[in-house]
Design a protein around this ligand. Structure first.
Ligand code: 5AD
Length: 355
């Protein structure tokens, strides 16, 4: 297959003709089948803490949002979720949280060791911008993967929606390189339709996925949260309509399909944000346009409602058994199968083998 170049990426992003887009969907689905197969792996998502020390302009967990009750799960509560994850056929637990410095390095390291020794699961962390020492310690404790979206490759736009910690500049790209050097399976991604994000920015994002040689890539539409500056229209100004990227399902699907073409061996989830825009159909839309991963939410009910990154977050019904049963039906309904085992990224395996 020919390598898709930057101008083609931007051309496809701007394409509005449904019949021509059909060609993109078919290409992405064919590359997905050829490179990562028909298996869809389940990742159990556990939202371990909604404390956050940052003030991102888009996220409902931002420190300045005093309207949510904060929680931090205990080791035992998380281990219980991990055991349930195994019973439900998930090969990985994804521990996600706000950037909560109350989740100390040692606390996280001990949790990882316990999961790895007591339960057969791969461990993915998504705990924000943490220090190199912490990332190293967690890798040594047995963490396999780390997710940190760069959100947008437009540095000016990123700076406007993501205030740095005092005295520091946030360089997520540098952290991604560190993660890779530490031997993590490394994941990133972007939001689609941030006010001020142009088609050209989005094409740059997809190019950056390729240049970073990512193992996992999660993308989803930006969904305004009323308790945030962006949700109140106080963030960056939208661009003129022909340049502003819309935060809709079609655009998110184009990005997913192009991501599959530029990173054929990566693991790509069909994200919750996509399902939120199209309840009952968003997961499928992603799976047939390049995605091969689903992340069922296993956060216990009382906490789950408080992990409101954006409003209306689709996370299945509250009963995890039913949530996973429903996802399994939806996966097999597409003629795909539910993956067994850890579901490591084929891109990571290729790199590890030095190919
Ligand atoms: N809309 C969509 N996605 C969001 N995220 C945070 N806030 C929002 C929002 N309002 C995404 C970011 C972050 C991930 C955990 O959730 O991309 O990296």
């Amino acid at each position: 297959m020919n390598r898709i170049d930057r101008s083609e990426i931007e051309h496809w992003l701007r394409e509005a003709d449904g019949r021509r887009l059909h060609e993109l969907w078919q290409r992405a689905d064919a590359v997905r089948r050829e490179c990562v197969g028909d298996e869809v792996h389940l990742r159990a998502l556990v939202e371990a803490s909604n404390y956050c020390g940052r003030d991102c302009g888009y996220c409902g967990l931002r420190a300045a949002n005093t309207g949510i009750e904060r929680y931090r799960m205990t080791h035992d509560e998380i281990l219980e979720c991990a055991r349930l994850a195994v019973e439900l056929g998930c090969g990985t637990i994804v521990l996600q949280s706000g950037e909560d410095l109350g989740l100390g390095a040692k606390w996280v390291a001990e949790l990882i060791s316990r999961i790895r020794s007591e339960i057969q699961l791969a461990v993915t962390l998504s705990l924000g911008e943490r220090s190199e020492q912490e990332l190293e310690q967690w890798r040594e404790a047995g963490a396999d993967r780390y997710l940190l979206r760069f959100e947008t490759s437009n540095r000016t736009l990123f700076g406007r929606i993501h205030p740095p910690r005092t005295g520091r500049t946030a360089d997520r790209i540098a952290i991604l390189r560190t993660l890779r050097a530490l031997g993590y399976e490394t994941g990133s991604g972007v939001m689609i339709g941030i006010p001020g994000q142009s088609w050209s920015d989005l094409a740059d994002d997809v190019e950056l996925f390729r240049n970073l040689d990512l193992d996992m890539i999660g993308v989803g539409p930006f969904i305004p949260h009323p308790q945030t500056p962006l949700g109140r229209g106080r963030g960056p100004k939208p661009l003129p309509p022909e340049e502003q990227v819309p935060n809709d399902e079609l655009t998110a699907c184009k990005v997913m399909a192009l991501t599959r073409l530029v990173c054929p061996l990566a693991n790509i989830p069909s994200t919750t944000a996509l399902e939120t825009l199209n309840p009952g159909g968003g997961r499928e839309a992603g799976l047939v346009r390049g995605a091969n991963i689903i992340m069922p939410n296993l956060t216990p009910g009382p906490y789950r409602q408080r992990y409101e990154i954006y409003p209306g977050k689709a996370c299945g019904c509250l009963d995890p058994v039913q949530t996973v049963a429903d996802l399994r039906r939806r996966i097999t309904g597409l003629g795909r199968s539910v993956g067994r085992g850890r579901g490591d990224s084929a891109n990571y395996r290729r790199r590890a083998a030095g190919r």
